[in-house]
Write a protein that binds this ligand. Structure first.
Ligand SMILES: NC(=[NH2+])NCCC[C@H](N)C(=O)O
Ligand SMILES: [Mn+2]
Ligand SMILES: [Mn+2]
Length: 313
């Protein structure tokens, strides 16, 4: 990590997901003591507050301007809450970009995974060759043409790679593109057909649960870090808590069995810290309304600390 100040930005937004509740994630993580835990690691934490959704009238106007008519948007796509997601991510990109500008490490608390359209848009303005680690049970590589659900949290990595509805990809416009060969998905076990095809044809590396079973997390991380660190000038970690097994992390909206276990997840984040490559991070899809005794919230707290340097000894 290049410097010690961490800017903590909350994005309490859940409309990109399949169920309500991810919007409560940031508050739960803060209440569980994340700022105190990081301060104990000698990190200076700057609480940047929240990105809030502007009044929705403004959002409708924005879509109407860009597409001619508002009806065009709703009639021609199956994208759920497109207007809200455009507004939220446009605002998020600005806030994250300012944090990078100041030389702080952006740590973003989601929110569902659709928020990464904005976070990465902001980060990419400052990195010509950004590597991305996408820790997730899913690929989030759908477009409106392939999505089985219309939920935009399942499309955010595709949008970050320039694929999808023009009103979403335009949020990235003033930024450097991301090279798909510098993107690594880790923990995948639920991929839709269109996502499989995308991975094969665009050269995204995907370490599935099968690869983790076979090689072990240690080797997977060594290979992943070699890919995202090669020729890049920064690496963003997008950590979806549903990468973990639902036994460890029940508090999430789209759980998939057969996931990463507690120690594998910590090891992965400890290795990311050791590599010194990670320049920004977000933790998404924590849904406190589905949690069991704060297990998922506490786990996410610990996993943030491992990324930022906490060790057992
Ligand atoms: N960020 C997530 N949890 N994404 C889940 C996506 C699930 C499914 N592939 C979809 O497109 O709807
Ligand atoms: Mn995801
Ligand atoms: Mn997921």
């Amino acid at each position: 990590m290049t410097n010690n100040a961490v800017s903590l930005l909350s994005v309490p937004f859940g409309l990109g997901g399949a169920r309500q509740g991810a919007e409560l994630g940031p508050k739960a993580l803060i209440e569980a003591g994340i700022i105190r835990h990081l301060t104990k690691l000698n990190i200076q934490v700057i609480n940047e507050g929240e990105v809030v959704l502007p009044p929705i009238a403004a959002a409708s106007e924005l879509s109407a301007i860009d597409t001619g008519t508002k009806q065009f948007v709703s009639a021609s796509t199956n994208l759920k809450y497109l207007d809200e997601i455009i507004m939220l991510n446009t605002a998020t990109a600005e806030r994250v970009s300012n944090i990078v500008q100041q030389g702080h490490f952006p740590l973003i608390l989601g929110g569902d995974h659709s928020i990464s359209i904005g976070t990465i848009a902001g980060i990419r303005r400052h990195y010509r060759n950004l590597g991305v680690i996408w820790f997730d049970a899913h690929g989030d590589l759908n477009t409106e043409a392939t999505s089985p659900t219309g939920n935009i949290h399942g499309m955010s990595l595709a949008v970050n790679l320039g694929q999808g509805h023009p009103l979403l990809t335009q949020i990235q416009q003033s930024a450097y593109p991301i090279d798909p060969s510098k993107v690594v998905i880790i923990g995948a076990r639920s991929l839709d057909q269109g996502e499989r095809e995308y991975i094969r044809s665009f050269g995204v590396t995907c370490f599935t649960m099968h690869d983790i079973d076979r090689k072990g997390m240690m080797r997977v991380m060594e290979e992943a870090l070699a890919i995202v660190g090669n020729g890049t000038d920064g690496v963003h970690l997008s950590f979806d808590i549903d990468s973990l097994d639902p036994h460890e992390a029940p508090g999430t909206g789209t759980p998939v069995q057969g996931g990463v276990n507690y120690r594998e997840a910590h090891l992965a984040l400890e290795l990311m810290h050791e590599s010194g490559l990670i320049t920004s991070a977000e933790y998404v899809e924590v849904n406190p309304t589905l949690d069991h005794d704060k297990r998922t919230v506490r786990l996410a707290n610990g996993l943030i600390c491992s990324l930022l340097g906490q060790t057992i000894l």
